[in-house]
Design a protein around this ligand. Sequence first.
Ligand code: DQA
Length: 147
Amino acid sequence: MRIAVLNGPNLNLLGQREPELYGRATLAEIEAMVRAAASPLQVEIEWFQTNHEGALVDAVQALRGRVDGAVINAAALTHTSLALRDALLAVRLPFVEVHLSNIFAREPERRHSLIADLAVGVVAGFGAESYRLALQALVGRLHASPA
Ligand code: DQA
């Protein structure tokens, strides 16, 4: 099984960026944690981060036929990007939306996701753990009902 983990804008700055909200783990540390969790599940991980909306759309389009599912932290694009939503609608791949912070407990503009209704589920608020939980939940779902 192959799972892509896609990360949006500013997540490359994790560790230094608002640590009170997002924790002290760097994105590289989160990647290592996800890869360590994936290996006993016999899941291969494709890891990607971009600061650019179009690059994230390209990455979503490129998922088709290559991976079984995706874990997506679209960061601020979660709340703004119809283009990302359209790409996910086009690709129709099972994905879990993930956030380090609990977006539902934050500013009103962050409480709405343009992609959540397309997701298998949403994991938010557990810091770096959100990624591991999302991966495990997605793999469980894919085993139960393959795409
Ligand atoms: C985030 C939440 C978003 O609102 C924010 O723009 C981010 C990170 C999170 O993981 O908590 O960049 O997606």
